[in-house]
Design a protein around this ligand. Structure first.
Ligand code: SAH
Length: 242
């Protein structure tokens, strides 16, 4: 079944959902869907609508609602704060983090990270990649992606686990953490060049625990995905069914 996102405020009138713009173009001209075809529509807040195409015009595709379901945002929220990486690596990470159920993705600017002059465009691009990944992996509630912010601006919720995988940590492996108390998790991963010692100092000061992901130095994107899997497993998010 094909899946599409729509904006409920603008595009939903009684039991009809109007899809316009690039998504309508995709349905009509790329997928060549026809009146009578069915699809699943996501409103981005957890509503999943089963619907049938009733009209197709040059500007819009109209769906008739057949049934509705509400997907709840189950599980413990995991935030991945990732120092901005070069080019395609960030794209890959956004896609994989979406698939692995990361709740919020925060691009972080650190001393050694990639500095882009096109932050606004990047954000839009990550948003598109994330929505495509949601459709592919059947994730009804999109991952929140924040605008890039400096490390010291990273919001630190009062409750929850703050974890910083660090290649120089010799004491605590990630797997030794007990994340099973239902509290949210924030994981902070450095850029290709790693964290500056002052950044490690700052993170420890504000309550991050440094942990090891093993004896090898991983590429940042490998470290991020390994940490996400371990955190999701630790809080029980990978044991939720459907
Ligand atoms: N500065 C390092 C590499 C940084 S790796 C160097 O060039 O030698 C990029 C990021 O991945 C790090 O900031 C850290 O968050 C994470 N990372 C990589 N390997 C890790 C490991 N073995 N344990 C924990 N974190 C690791």
């Amino acid at each position: 079944m094909r899946r599409f996102f729509y904006d409920p405020g603008v595009q939903e009138i009684e039991e009809e959902i109007l899809i316009t713009g690039p998504e309508a173009h995709h349905i009509r001209n790329v997928l060549r869907m026809q009146v009578g075809h069915h699809a699943e529509l996501f409103d981005g807040n957890g509503a999943v609508v089963s619907a049938e195409i009733t009209r197709i015009s040059a500007k819009e595709v109209v769906f008739q609602v057949l049934s509705r379901q509400d997907a709840s945002n189950a599980g413990v929220p995991l935030t991945l704060a990732q120092a901005v990486l070069k080019g395609k690596k960030m794209d890959l990470l956004v896609q994989k983090a979406t698939e692995l159920g990361v709740h919020t993705f925060v691009p972080v600017l650190t001393r050694y990270c990639e500095k882009s002059s096109r932050a606004g465009q990047q954000l839009e691009r990550w948003q598109r990649i994330m929505l495509e990944a949601c459709k592919q992996c059947r994730r009804p509630i999109p991952m929140q992606i924040c605008a890039p912010l400096a490390l010291h601006e990273l919001p630190l919720p009062e409750e929850g686990h703050r974890i910083m995988p660090w290649e120089n940590e010799a004491g605590t492996p990630f797997s030794a953490l007990d994340l099973g108390n239902g509290q949210p998790v924030l994981v902070l991963i450095g850029p290709e060049g790693g964290f500056h010692p002052a950044e490690v100092g700052y993170a420890e000061e504000v309550g991050f625990s440094t942990v090891s992901l093993g004896p090898r130095i991983l590429r940042a994107e490998t470290a991020a995905l390994a940490a996400v899997v371990l955190a999701q497993q630790g809080v029980g998010n990978l044991s939720l069914l459907s």
